[in-house]
Design a protein around this ligand. Sequence first.
Ligand SMILES: Nc1ncnc2c1ncn2[C@@H]1O[C@H](COP(=O)(O)OP(=O)(O)OP(=O)(O)O)[C@@H](O)[C@H]1O
Length: 261
Amino acid sequence: MTQALQATGIGVALGGVMVLHGIDVNLAAGQWTSIVGPNGAGKSTLLKALAGLLPHTGDVHLMDRPLGQWRGRERARCLAWLGQGEAGADDLSVWDVAMLGRLPHQAWLAAPSGADRVAVEQALRATQAWDWRERPLGALSGGERQRVLLARLLAVQADVMLMDEPLANLDPPHQADWLLLVRELVAQGRTVVSVLHEIGMALHADQMVVMAQGRVCHQGACDDVLTHRAVEQVFDHRVAIHPLGDEWVALPCAPPAVAPP
Ligand SMILES: Nc1ncnc2c1ncn2[C@@H]1O[C@H](COP(=O)(O)OP(=O)(O)OP(=O)(O)O)[C@@H](O)[C@H]1O
């Protein structure tokens, strides 16, 4: 199976402290992988290292080529990024924000091509952000803003898409729309890697990477009970995964009762 991203021995230090320790992961091409784990586990840091956005030790290969051997624009066409709580660009219109996703396709200072405009319109329609295209990003609600940033990622039309908490601020119908969108992207042969706190949504992926304390505790199929047990363990059994029809649901659990003194 072709690997879209392969990380070997990834170590990252932030503020002089090691926050990732010797991470090895293989993320298959044409699949959706979700990364889950408690707050501070290192999920966002791993995603940034995979995107080449952070200095790290170890190796990352994108489509079987070392990340460092990709030229900047070529890599930006292949790998698209949606960060967590991205700030800035508030004065830009929604259209212009989504058009930023086309920069890797455009010659320096060139006007957007017809293909760029088609890609942006498709992306804004896919996230139901088309009607706001003339509004400034800063005038949108949190969920509306997130859908525009998702459109920017889609506009890249990259083969590999990394998303850090893509469901942040999205209401349940738009979370369901995102799930359909990801399934469609994967059906087209694209690779999606998402950091998710919504374990129930994360279980819809093909593969799951389970992290805690800067390490990968488990990587496996989302329908494998070993993966479920690993998820329950990293969350100190405060979440339990149960079958529901053909799917899996994650339910929160009360803390264990403390025996009276
Ligand atoms: N700039 C920084 N300097 C020092 N430590 C940092 C810095 N940024 C993050 N960290 C630490 O690195 C660890 C991993 O952070 P990271 O954001 O990758 O975790 P996460 O699993 O994505 O968490 P969350 O679920 O809360 O978003 C945390 O302990 C965090 O406090």
